[in-house]
Design a binder for this molecule. Structure first.
Ligand code: PEP
Length: 269
């Protein structure tokens, strides 16, 4: 279990799902479940752009935060179809997912664009959740560690240590996303630790690396989350499919809560 007092984070990526009314209903159910709860993990909902204002309105005054699934790195201009960081800030968004594997796979995002977006997010005080992870082919060819370290280092290129206070990284093996094939908790923990080692080596700073929350994502559900959250280097979950159902997502939040309560009990004993 995380002994570094890093926050526990449960984030739901709704991808291209939910109309505005459906998004409002789902957000309402989650906010109601979170109301008055102690030891709540940081709960982040990332609906599609079209539902962001509605979900921000539902979540305002609650403990639940809202994130975008993507953004452009530029502030404004002739970039048809894109959404700029100041527009998200203007809506009251606090988090942004950057470099999700579906963005890399279907929309040509590269390590270089991930780096630009991360810099833009930090500049606009949006909390970035940067996704890294290997494909099945890369895993089968023994390239997992090289790919994950390279993606992590490239995302952080030219960033100063002092800029990384709010950074969150999500280890999302591409072969585990939306497939029902979950990465074994032991292996997911090993790769999350490798991400911290990469950060420690880049900045020659173990303390910094220990302070960065690293989430696991890939077919997380109520039946497997506890095993993941029991691992020392996994600080929470980035959840796709299971975040679309209120009851399922609320059980994930409860698992996060259980971990925080256990941690508190351990630190008292
Ligand atoms: C994701 O899209 O980030 C994800 C982890 O999806 P799923 O939980 O459906 O595998």
């Amino acid at each position: 279990m995380n002994e570094q007092k890093r926050p526990v984070i449960i984030a739901g990526n709704w991808k291209m799902n939910k109309t505005r009314a459906e998004a409002e209903a789902l957000a309402k159910a989650i906010c109601q479940a979170a109301e008055g709860q102690r030891d709540l993990p940081a709960v982040v909902l990332a609906p599609p752009f079209t539902s962001l204002p509605a979900v921000v309105s539902v979540c305002s005054g609650s403990q639940v935060k809202v994130g975008a699934q993507n953004m452009d790195h530029r502030d404004a201009g002739a970039y048809t179809g894109e959404v700029a960081p100041p527009m998200l800030v203007d809506l009251g968004i606090s988090y942004v997912i950057i470099g999700h594997s579906e963005r890399r796979q279907y929309f040509g995002e590269s390590n270089a664009t991930v780096n630009l977006k991360l810099k833009a997010a930090l500049q606009h005080h949006l909390i970035p959740i940067v996704c890294v992870g290997e494909t099945l082919d890369e895993r089968e060819n023994g390239l997992t560690d090289a790919v994950v370290s390279r993606q992590t280092a490239a995302a952080l290129a030219d960033l100063e240590r002092s800029q990384l206070d709010t950074l969150i990284i999500a280890y999302e093996p591409v072969w585990a996303i939306g497939t029902g094939k979950v990465c074994e908790a032991f292996e997911a923990n090993r790769v999350c630790k490798l991400i911290r080692v990469t950060i420690a080596n880049l900045y020659k700073d173990k303390e910094l690396a220990q302070s960065v929350p690293v989430l696991y994502g890939g077919s997380v559900k109520a039946s497997n989350i506890d095993e993941q959250l029991a691992c020392s280097d996994i600080d929470g979950s980035l959840v796709g499919g299971a975040s679309l159902n209120a009851n399922e997502f609320i059980s994930l939040i409860k698992s996060g809560q259980k971990r925080i309560s256990l941690q508190a009990a351990e630190s008292c004993s």
